[in-house]
Design a protein around this ligand. Structure first.
Ligand SMILES: [Zn+2]
Length: 126
């Protein structure tokens, strides 16, 4: 098991940012996770940080960057190009590597063959 030294924050970022403890951060600032839970993403630079002692791992500090909530942007919407990439990936998983036929189901990654190409002994087990 690897032992890690307690880490406050990255040395190069440690100074220059207002630092708050857990739950004392001012209104108007949010962590990435808080923004994410509201369907947002950081839209501005890091403005502050919070640091708190981990209860689980005594002596360790947890740390999160804070962003201005007002500057947050909606999460990247899916673009047509992204949908196309997803569609291609899904389609590729439906094409049998043995016979090259596109099936209406995803090819088994375990047997790497469609139901027709699968050796009978595997088909019985599947
Ligand atoms: Zn096949």
């Amino acid at each position: 098991m690897m032992t890690r030294r307690p880490r406050l924050v990255d040395r190069k970022h440690a100074d220059g940012f207002p630092t708050y403890t857990w739950k004392t951060a001012p209104d108007g600032l949010s962590t990435k996770d808080q923004l994410k839970s509201r369907g947002l993403r950081p839209g501005g630079p890091i403005v502050a940080q919070i640091k708190w002692r981990s209860k689980k791992r005594h002596g360790n500090y947890r740390h999160a960057w804070l962003y201005e909530t007002d500057l947050a942007l909606p999460k990247q919407p899916m673009t047509p190009a992204k949908w196309e990439a997803v569609g291609k990936a899904l389609r590729a998983r439906r094409i049998c590597p043995e016979c090259g036929v596109e099936k209406h189901y995803t090819i088994s990654t375990k047997y790497k063959a469609c139901n027709e190409c699968m050796p009978p002994e595997y088909a019985a087990a599947a």
